[in-house]
Design a binder for this molecule. Structure first.
Ligand SMILES: [Fe+2]
Ligand SMILES: [Fe+2]
Length: 132
């Protein structure tokens, strides 16, 4: 069983963005597995890079779609994305520059702040605008 599962509770009424969110759940599950299966630092580092890359692509697409449907909360949402990108790149930097292992606090942040709080509070707010 996966560590975190995407369910329809997370839907934002947009197929592309829902698929991207599902992919983010998958990468965070991969990271969780990489951390606890002792696959080594290189594997963990590759997974964090994949998360940072995918996050950036997803945010760009989400912002593009919010702009396309004239969503009024775009600026505020963009600022929240910038913060999350900084947090993910800080996690990566700390991991690469120190010999610290990736702890439960990091995965806890990714799941609670990123997946649960951001998608369920902020992303959900644009969902009615996406509806045709
Ligand atoms: Fe978002
Ligand atoms: Fe999102």
């Amino acid at each position: 069983m996966a560590f975190v599962d995407w369910t329809t509770t997370y839907t934002v009424n947009n197929v592309t963005l829902d698929e991207q969110h599902q992919k983010l759940f998958k990468i965070i599950n991969d990271l969780h597995e990489a951390m606890f299966s002792k696959k080594g630092r290189e594997f963990v580092a590759t997974t964090i890079r994949a998360l940072a890359d995918y996050t950036q692509n997803h945010f760009a697409e989400e912002e593009r779609q919010m702009a396309a449907c004239a969503y009024p909360g775009l600026a505020e949402h963009q600022a929240a994305h910038q913060k999350l990108i900084k947090m993910v790149t800080d996690i990566e930097k700390r991991y690469l520059e120190t010999h610290e292992s990736m702890g439960g606090d990091v995965i806890g942040f990714l799941v609670s702040d990123w997946l649960i709080k951001h998608i369920l509070s902020m992303d959900k707010q644009y969902a009615p605008y996406m509806k045709k």
